[in-house]
Ligand binder design. Structure first.
Ligand SMILES: [Zn+2]
Length: 295
């Protein structure tokens, strides 16, 4: 890890702020370990802060395949009485870590033990019943490469707690993941993400969407991304009659004496109106003439 940090320091002017992600090749397998969430010590936190400025990808290449780097750094003529004393040392010993096991979850949201509720739910989907039967017949607790798994009376589908079509229960799960301190009225995608960390059922995304759209507080506190309507600016009042006029056509009328349209010209101050018979096909010149002769 120190080597990576030192390299990044040395080549910072090339690497910092690149838009394309660069790769760091290492034959040190333990480094990949740092890409997973760990409890870090202070020094590692400093490193992590530094590393976060770079757009990189750590790639593990087995030592046997990273010949180029080795030939540069391990010239045989340098290898004089080198003791291989620090191979395969783990930087962070397993016992220093606070590891969270994700299997066998205990899901308590806002004091409600949801797992217990799922376990007690009487409703069983056909799909679940089928899977249970299959498991019984085969005498196993797992089906089709972990697609279905049974544990303590709870069915897991692909590692997530399967919630049967118990509308009340599903609604409660959604509510607890959205309306509470944990949920914090997040948007539909965030809430779905939160729920599907532990639970799954067919149509959970759609149900979630409907729920969030119907959520009273969410609608009231929604961010409006579109531009707000502009301020209403009334037109100034003209000082004399016939200095400001408005004109409009009324078209598609039944033909009378060769005309099918009316040009309506209104004075903005007095509201005096001229109705001028005309046709739809009047040209700009014709219109000018109409103005000159009538208004
Ligand atoms: Zn909400």
């Amino acid at each position: 890890m120190l080597a990576v940090v030192r390299c990044l320091e040395a080549w910072r002017h090339f690497l910092e702020g690149t838009t394309t992600r660069f790769e760091i090749w290492t034959d040190h397998n333990n480094l990949e370990y740092f890409m997973k969430a760990q409890k870090l010590n202070r020094r590692q936190v400093r490193w992590a802060l530094y590393l976060s400025r770079f757009n990189f990808m750590l790639k593990h290449i087995p030592g046997s395949k990273i010949g180029k780097a080795d030939s540069l750094s391990r010239r045989p003529d340098w290898e004089v009485e080198v003791e291989r004393d620090n191979e395969d040392k783990t930087l962070v010993k397993p016992e220093w870590l606070e590891v969270r096991r994700t299997e066998r979850v205990e899901i308590i949201v806002e004091g409600v033990d949801l797992l217990e509720k799922v376990r007690k739910s009487k409703v069983k989907d056909d799909e679940v019943v089928k899977a249970v039967e299959e498991m019984k017949q085969a005498g196993v607790k797992m089906l089709r490469d972990k697609e279905w798994r049974e544990e303590d009376g709870i069915m897991y589908k692909e590692g997530k707690v399967y919630v049967s079509k118990d509308d009340i229960l599903r609604a409660e799960i959604i509510r607890l993941h959205h309306n509470t301190l944990v949920g914090g009225h997040r948007g539909q995608w965030k809430t779905v993400e939160l729920i599907t960390q532990n639970f799954w059922w067919p149509g959970v995304t759609k149900e979630m969407k409907q729920y969030v759209e119907g959520c009273n507080s969410c609608q009231r506190n929604k961010n409006h991304t579109e531009q707000l309507a502009g301020k209403l600016m009334p037109n100034s009042i003209p000082e004399k009659p016939w200095t400001h006029i408005s004109a409009d056509f009324i078209t598609k009328l039944p033909i009378a004496q060769g005309y099918d349209s009316i040009l309506v010209v209104v004075d903005r101050l007095t509201k005096m109106v001229h109705f001028i018979p005309t046709t739809e096909k009047t040209s700009a010149e014709g219109l000018a003439r109409l103005f000159r002769d009538n208004v």
